[in-house]
Design a binder for this molecule. Structure first.
Ligand SMILES: CC(C)(COP(=O)(O)OP(=O)(O)OC[C@H]1O[C@@H](n2cnc3c(N)ncnc32)[C@H](O)[C@@H]1OP(=O)(O)O)[C@@H](O)C(=O)NCCC(=O)NCCS
Length: 158
């Protein structure tokens, strides 16, 4: 079941932010303390306070197994102050079942209804699973910096 995350569940965002950290092959799992870094806290702190703070989750047997959320924030995936950036992760045992696709499609519709024109995200170039998923959903690479692509998708174009 895909549904909006309830405000009393926003504490779970950190778990999904941790899952969203891309680890190149052979890299050590980072300590959870990494979430305290300011460049990661921007994704979750005071979530719900701003207009584009929207999160959809996938729930299976009462457990949240995937989350996709948007926020206008000054991360690398931030082309301008009108464009929400996205964060996304699905728990390992639930991948390749279309959950990320379903979450993204929900958030596209919701943001378009709120008159946002496009969404963006930063993705590690090596994260081929995510890059493939975003390309399938019509994200275009608009910039690259170091190890990351900046991708943008116009809303309402498909
Ligand atoms: C990337 C991620 C969100 C994909 O979630 P998912 O629910 O498995 O994605 P979907 O099932 O909707 O996949 C849709 C399509 O994306 C592509 N894709 C997804 N995972 C893939 C993989 N491991 N290898 C190759 N292609 C993949 C495929 O084209 C897939 O379609 P198909 O299954 O019909 O071939 C998930 O792997 C994840 O949480 N990864 C870790 C966190 C992360 O990388 N987040 C993104 C950071 S920008």
């Amino acid at each position: 079941m895909i549904r909006e995350m309830k405000p009393n569940e926003y504490g779970e965002l950190e778990k999904f932010l941790y899952e969203a950290i891309y680890l190149p092959k052979g890299a050590l799992t980072p300590p959870r303390k990494i979430l305290e870094r300011p460049e990661l806290q921007v994704y979750v702190e005071n979530f719900g306070a701003r207009a584009a703070d929207i999160c959809f989750v996938a729930e299976v047997n009462g457990e949240i197994v995937g989350a996709c959320w948007s926020r206008i924030m000054n991360d690398y995936g931030h082309p301008d102050d009108e464009t929400p950036s996205l964060a996304l992760s699905v728990l390992k045992n639930f991948r390749r079942k279309g959950i990320a696709t379903a979450l993204l499609k929900k958030i596209f519709v919701n943001l378009a209804e709120k008159n946002f024109k496009q969404v963006s995200l930063a993705v590690q170039k090596e994260n081929s699973a995510a890059v493939k998923l975003y390309r399938k959903l019509n994200f275009k690479i608009v910039d690259e910096r170091g190890e990351e692509f900046l991708m943008v998708k116009r809303l309402g174009d498909d």
